[in-house]
Ligand binder design. Structure first.
Ligand SMILES: CC(C)(COP(=O)(O)OP(=O)(O)OC[C@H]1O[C@@H](n2cnc3c(N)ncnc32)[C@H](O)[C@@H]1O)[C@@H](O)C(=O)NCCC(=O)NCCS
Ligand SMILES: Nc1ncnc2c1ncn2[C@@H]1O[C@H](COP(=O)(O)OP(=O)(O)OP(=O)(O)O)[C@@H](O)[C@H]1O
Length: 201
């Protein structure tokens, strides 16, 4: 099995790329989804979050109030690092287990680990290739405002809470330019898949 890391800043187009790779035959593991599992209702992770941030981050049904926690952690660096300290170890465990499972069921699989914070958390897995969804910070900020409805200040904070474009480019084996049309992104993904499946990469 080969394991490809797919990273990129918030709203850079990672999900767009990983969806296309999945449709081409890749087995995708999504760190954002695993981070939700890590704080699922009733989980030890959520209990730790509630202990650190207080009951205001819980919804009446006992689930995590993501908007409330997001407002806290993207305005306060030390709060965000505390949250990372609770969630990231569990995400790493879950990811390693999922990737191992994929390798067991298909030794020839091409697995894609969609991991937004690869640079920020340090590369701890032996990846065969690092692919970066490359859209500059201004484009990503604009997408957060126009497509996700974040207010401009909140959008800037989220972008600022992550590595710079240059830091991500430095770890990239392959850059996918996601500032053009969706078709242009698809073409680059298809070319990458072709290279992966014909032994060019
Ligand atoms: C703060 C939370 C509750 C906000 O939830 P919300 O639904 O608004 O955002 P969502 O989880 O969909 O994340 C969207 C994007 O925000 C960025 N982001 C999320 N957490 C962080 C973080 N701790 N530091 C920097 N960027 C982050 C990523 O680009 C991610 O793809 C949530 O993001 C969270 O639990 N974050 C901590 C876990 C984490 O680091 N997740 C990202 C990678 S595993
Ligand atoms: N050329 C492009 N390539 C990829 N996405 C694009 C492009 N042009 C516009 N977009 C839009 O930008 C947004 C990128 O969102 P997407 O969910 O794919 O990013 P993401 O990196 O997974 O985000 P997040 O980090 O928030 O999970 C989508 O609304 C997508 O339609």
């Amino acid at each position: 099995m080969r394991v490809i890391a797919l990273t990129g800043g918030i709203a850079s187009g990672k999900s767009t790329i990983s969806r296309r790779l999945a449709s081409l035959g890749a087995s995708v593991v999504d760190a954002d989804l695993l981070s939700r599992e890590a704080v699922a209702t009733g989980s030890p992770g959520l209990a730790q979050v509630a202990e650190r941030f207080g009951p205001s981050v819980l919804a009446p049904d006992g689930s995590l109030d993501r908007a409330a926690l997001g407002a806290i952690v993207f305005a306060d660096e030390s709060a965000r690092l505390d949250l990372n300290g609770i969630v990231h170890p569990e995400v790493r465990r879950l990811a390693a287990a999922r990737l191992a499972e994929i390798g067991r069921s298909d030794p020839h699989a091409i697995a894609v680990y969609d991991v937004p914070l690869l640079v920020e958390t340090g590369v701890d897995h032996d990846f065969d290739l690092v692919v970066v969804a490359d859209a500059d910070a201004d484009t990503r900020t604009e997408r957060l405002i126009s497509r996700r409805g974040l207010d401009p200040e909140e959008a800037r904070r989220r972008v600022a809470a992550q590595a710079s474009d240059g830091e991500r480019r430095r770890v990239a084996d392959v850059l996918i330019d996601t500032t053009g049309t969706l078709e242009h992104t698809d073409e680059q993904v298809d070319a990458l898949w072709h290279d992966l499946t014909t032994g060019r990469r």
